[in-house]
Design a binder for this molecule. Structure first.
Ligand SMILES: NC(=O)c1ccc[n+]([C@@H]2O[C@H](COP(=O)([O-])OP(=O)(O)OC[C@H]3O[C@@H](n4cnc5c(N)ncnc54)[C@H](OP(=O)(O)O)[C@@H]3O)[C@@H](O)[C@H]2O)c1
Length: 227
């Protein structure tokens, strides 16, 4: 038995995409069993094969790929990384499988083409939308909206912070643990209502990236003790 075998299994819904693959890469390297979820089993397996090129044999053994619903069924923690236009439909289709689990919602409610202008969903944020749609049996956590996939997929240390929101302290602790495992500094940013700040800030970062000719602008909290 390995030292890390008691860690929760994480299913990344839409894990074949840029952000999902980046998070999967970081967590599998940190010792978590990770399942890449997709609408297509073949696509999930192709994403696994792509990441495997950068993993040790021990890490490879922790990474699998399957259809989204099977992935969520096998996991304790699900992570949602799909474009906002599919946020509601994918959550509706996985509602039964998500019941009783934690869901980390990474979705930014971007509405193309105005991606550098903050868009606020009627419920207040994408994470609040998810919590309302899924009901109390699911603990929605909001995190990672301000971390670009390029950073996650690199082998470098990431000098960015992550704001973690959730309906209660216990949910936020689950989010903070996975932020740390991904090699980032997390902050308890309070109730899910506050997720509007992290979601909205991504549009500001996209604007700053455009102006600076960069791809990975992020945020850092200053003048407080850091770990
Ligand atoms: N990219 C970043 O740097 C970044 C940073 C922070 C936050 N985010 C947020 O993370 C989320 C994912 O971003 P991304 O850049 O990774 O997106 P992406 O690569 O364009 O897409 C992610 C995945 O979404 C799935 N998908 C596409 N159409 C779908 C549909 N109709 N129904 C269900 N799933 C569908 C696809 O998986 P399958 O085809 O395999 O099902 C795809 O691989 C977005 O909400 C984004 O705002 C992204």
């Amino acid at each position: 038995m390995t030292e890390t075998s008691n860690l929760e299994t994480i299913a990344v819904i839409g894990g074949t995409g840029k952000e999902g693959k980046g998070l999967a890469f970081r967590w599998v390297k940190a010792g978590y069993p990770v399942i890449i979820g997709s609408r297509s089993t073949e696509k999930a397996r192709a994403a696994v094969a792509e990441l495997e090129e950068r993993l040790s044999d021990e890490e490879k053994a922790r990474l699998t790929g399957m259809e989204n619903s099977d992935a969520v069924r096998k996991a304790q923690i699900a992570v949602l990384t799909v474009p906002y236009e599919f946020h509601k439909s994918i959550l509706q289709s996985l509602k039964a499988e998500l019941s009783g689990k934690y869901l980390i919602d990474v979705t930014v409610p971007l509405v193309p083409p105005k991606v550098s202008t903050v868009q606020v969903p009627p419920e207040g944020s994408a994470a609040l939308q998810a919590q309302l749609l899924l009901g109390d049996s699911v603990s929605v956590i909001s995190a990672f909206q301000n971390i670009s996939f390029e950073l996650l997929l690199s082998d470098e240390k990431i000098n960015c912070d992550v704001l973690v929101c959730g309906k209660d302290g216990e949910s936020r602790q689950v989010g903070l643990k996975l932020v740390k495992a991904a090699g980032l500094t997390g902050w308890d940013a309070g109730p899910l209502e506050n997720s509007i700040v992290a979601e909205g800030f991504t549009s500001v970062l996209i604007r700053i990236n455009k102006q600076a000719g960069t791809k990975s602008a992020g945020i850092q909290i200053t003048n407080v003790p850091r770990d």
